[in-house]
Design a protein around this ligand. Structure first.
Ligand code: SF4
Ligand code: SF4
Length: 114
């Protein structure tokens, strides 16, 4: 095949958010996560036993099917975009919090105002 006839598959540019990351020390490269991904975000690694390649991160729907299908906990990690993380603001101080942040405030134990 000539130099300019080769078909290449290259990842599209990553958004600031990494949709899916793999823990190389846990992943066995079984590709079950690829089988369930309806958006074809993931691609098999040409190296057997290695984690899949996140080929089209911008196409991810963030439904987490890949995480659910993975037989090894912590091998496939999905991070929802910041805009989709639940957020709340303390009325009296204006402090802003997001779900999953470090040192979140204690839970609100006050009954809801009706
Ligand atoms: S969250 Fe859904 S769309 Fe995104 S990589 Fe996993 S299975 Fe594919
Ligand atoms: S992340 Fe899980 S499901 Fe995907 S290839 Fe690795 S071990 Fe298999």
């Amino acid at each position: 095949m000539g130099k300019f006839n080769a078909a290449l598959m290259l990842p599209n540019p990553m958004t600031p958010n990494k949709a899916i990351v793999f823990n190389e020390s846990k992943c066995t490269g079984c590709n079950k996560c690829i089988d369930v991904c309806r958006a074809d975000v993931l691609h098999p690694n040409p190296e057997k036993g290695k984690p899949p390649i996140v080929l089209y991160p911008d196409e991810c729907w963030f439904a987490g099917c890949c995480v659910g299908a993975c037989p090894i906990e912590g091998a496939c990690i999905m991070t929802a975009p910041l805009q989709q993380s639940v957020a709340w603001k303390r009325k009296d101080t204006g402090e802003f919090f997001r779900l999953g942040m470090k040192n979140p405030p204690p839970a609100n134990t006050k009954p809801p105002v009706v």
